[in-house]
Structures are given as structure tokens and as C-alpha cells.
Design a protein around this ligand. Structure first.
Ligand code: FPP
Length: 244
């Protein structure tokens, strides 16, 4: 239990596209374009490593604050990326799921998302989660709202609200929590990503900018993870006893 060499679920904040572009005297959007290529590479490599779930934070609830031009470029990039990659993902048995509030996406993007989710729903290989217009606080809030509705309707007593019940109402309820969280570009923050589910995740931060995060970088993160001792609140003596 304390040393599992391969994470089942890897969650990534792909940060540093803008700085990658700036270093090359390119517009920020060139960084996002390179970021998509990096995402493609990591999806392929995680599938190769038999990671069961990969979650990518593509657009946060706060990213709407960016200049309108950048936001619309990102939306276009998500749409064309989906159109381009869906065939390859489906052929490789990847199940694609989106989490987040879709209400602000345009109709074309929304229907593409629904289409690819249906197409890949029965796939049994890696599950790829794209978090878009997602925020951990939004997720907890919608779960609490759902439970409050049941309390109002008289079908749930407030005494019966437990962490497990809250968890079951969150977006990733049917999936294991992330074992490994990665953030690129040197920022040491969780930035409202999967707040509840990251409670016991191992955190890995690297200075590498997202477009440069390649297979070797992923291997490095995985080997750091393999060396960590996960304790889940137990003492090291207890873990030694459990390990026999
Ligand atoms: C961070 O770079 C990246 C984003 C805000 C989201 C965009 C992500 C991609 C385009 C990657 C591909 C995604 C998928 C799966 C479709 P930043 O702009 O915050 O960089 P900076 O901090 O250097 O300015």
C-alpha cells in the first residue's frame, strides 16, 4: 500500500505555454499550439505506460479573464484538436471525458464534446479527462448544491452527509483519485484543480515549460512517484508492519 510504483491516475496542470512562446519571440498562441502537441505526446506516453486515468487541466474557470482573442483562439484549438485527434484516440481504445461547466462554450464545441464522449464511451483503455471551464471550488459547490436539494426534498438528513457522500457527487465520482499531480513551469500552486480529489496525491513540480514536457520528463515524474512513500495518515511503523 505504501509503495506503488505506477500511478493509476495522473493529473496535470499544463502551464508555461505563454512563457515558452515569449522566450522564442513568438505570440502567446504559438505557445498554446505547441502545448497541444505536448498534450498529444503525453497522452500517447501515458497510454504506453498503462496509466489508467490521465486528467489534463485545459481551461480553468478563471481563464475567461484572459484577453478575448486568446480565449477564442483556445476554443478554436480545442475544437480542431478534437476533430483531428478523435479518430486516433478511438482506435487506441481511449475513453474521452470532459469535466467542467459547459454552459459558456459555443454550440459547435459543445456538440463535438458530446459526440466524442458518446463515440468513446465504451472504450476500455485509458480514460482521458479534459478539464475545461473547470474549477475545484465549482465542483464542490455543485456537489453541495445537489445534496442540499435532497435535504430540502426531505430525502436526505444533514446528519447523513459524509465525505464519501460528497465525493460521490463530485465530477470524478467513478474514477480513482489522482495518485500523482504534476504542474509544469515552476509555479508551486494547485490553482483550484481537483481540490477534493488531490487530498492524498503526491505532488510533483517541475521548472520545465509545458511545450517542453516530453517523454523523458514524464519518466522523471514517474520515477519520483515510485520513490515516494504514501502514508494516508498511517505512521511509518504501521506501514512497515502492513508491508510485512
Ligand atoms: C497554460 O499556459 C495553458 C493554458 C491556459 C491552457 C491551454 C492548454 C493547452 C493549449 C494545452 C493543450 C490542451 C488540450 C488537452 C486540448 P499559460 O498560457 O498559462 O502560460 P504562461 O503561464 O507561461 O503564460
Amino acid at each position: 500500500m505504501n509503495k506503488s510504483s505506477l500511478p493509476q491516475h495522473v493529473a496535470i496542470i499544463m502551464d508555461g505555454n505563454g512563457r515558452w512562446a515569449k522566450k522564442r519571440f513568438l505570440p502567446r498562441v504559438a505557445g498554446h499550439k505547441a502545448g497541444v502537441e505536448s498534450a498529444r505526446r503525453i497522452v500517447r506516453n501515458c497510454a504506453k505506460h498503462k496509466i489508467k486515468v490521465l486528467s489534463l487541466f485545459a481551461f480553468s474557470s478563471e481563464n475567461w479573464r484572459r484577453p478575448a482573442q486568446e480565449v477564442s483562439y483556445l476554443m478554436e484549438l480545442f475544437l480542431t484538436g478534437l476533430e483531428r485527434e478523435v479518430g486516433m484516440l478511438h482506435e487506441n481504445n481511449v475513453r474521452l471525458r470532459f469535466i467542467g461547466d459547459r454552459s459558456k462554450f459555443n454550440e459547435k464545441l459543445c456538440s463535438k464534446i458530446t459526440e466524442v464522449e458518446h463515440l468513446t464511451a465504451a472504450n476500455t483503455g485509458m480514460t482521458l479527462i479534459i478539464a475545461a471551464d473547470y474549477g475545484g471550488q465549482w465542483d464542490i459547490c455543485q456537489a453541495v448544491r445537489e445534496l442540499a436539494r435532497s435535504v430540502e426534498a426531505g430525502t436526505l438528513s444533514s446528519q447523513d452527509i459524509t465525505p464519501e457522500l460528497i465525493r460521490r457527487n463530485l465530477s470524478f465520482a467513478d474514477l480513482p483519485d489522482p495518485d500523482l499531480f504534476i504542474r509544469t513551469s515552476g509555479e508551486l500552486r494547485i490553482s483550484n484543480f481537483m481540490l477534493w480529489q488531490l487530498a492524498y496525491s503526491e505532488l510533483y513540480f517541475t521548472e520545465t515549460l509545458w511545450p517542453d514536457f516530453d517523454e523523458a520528463e514524464l519518466e522523471k515524474a514517474l520515477s519520483h512517484y515510485a520513490e515516494r512513500e504514501r502514508r494516508f495518515g498511517y505512521s511509518s511503523d504501521q506501514l512497515n508492519e502492513l508491508a510485512g
